[in-house]
Design a protein around this ligand. Sequence first.
Ligand SMILES: [Zn+2]
Ligand SMILES: [Zn+2]
Length: 205
Amino acid sequence: MGQISGSENNPPVPQEVLGINVNCCHNPECGNFCVPATITPEDINYLTTPSGKYTASLGCKECGRYSYIKSNYAIHEELFRLQSLNELSTIYRQDGRCCSRIGCKNFGNFKLNDKNSYRKRGITRAGNQRLQCQHCGLTFTLNSQKRKSHPQSKSYKNEILFKLLVNQSPINRAMEMTELSASANYKKIDMFYERCVSFVQAREE
Ligand SMILES: [Zn+2]
Ligand SMILES: [Zn+2]
């Protein structure tokens, strides 16, 4: 808003983001099909026209079709969210099943005995094996399952709370039934969510 379209800070079409550029002609019979629009004001393949107050359309000079200009960054963010990487990272870190650093090539690599992936780094006071990722250097405790029922206290309330939630019980009634504080309930709900994501991911794999 308030910027001049085509200026350096506000190019006519959004920049490519990590290989994602959806602003192109979507007509499979056109020579510009999947040819991305460039951020220069004078694109030889496309022209931009305003549509609505804050949106613009991309017009193909070859076939004449128009499509809405979309944010590549927003699409990248949505793809990232759909991968549920943050939730999986939490689960991996809590259970010590693999390296939990997003972006590390050992993220999701469960071959803990593979010497090229992980190496042993002593034993914790509780007697659990410590491991180090050979790729990024992150250390973690093998199978400690320390926070599987996070928050650790009152894990026996997990089942009843989960049943109340999936039966659409209001949150105040759930708090009364479990006699847990609001913050404890919400922490457990976060934990359920992470566990459900992990379950779905394992099933879909
Ligand atoms: Zn076209
Ligand atoms: Zn790593």
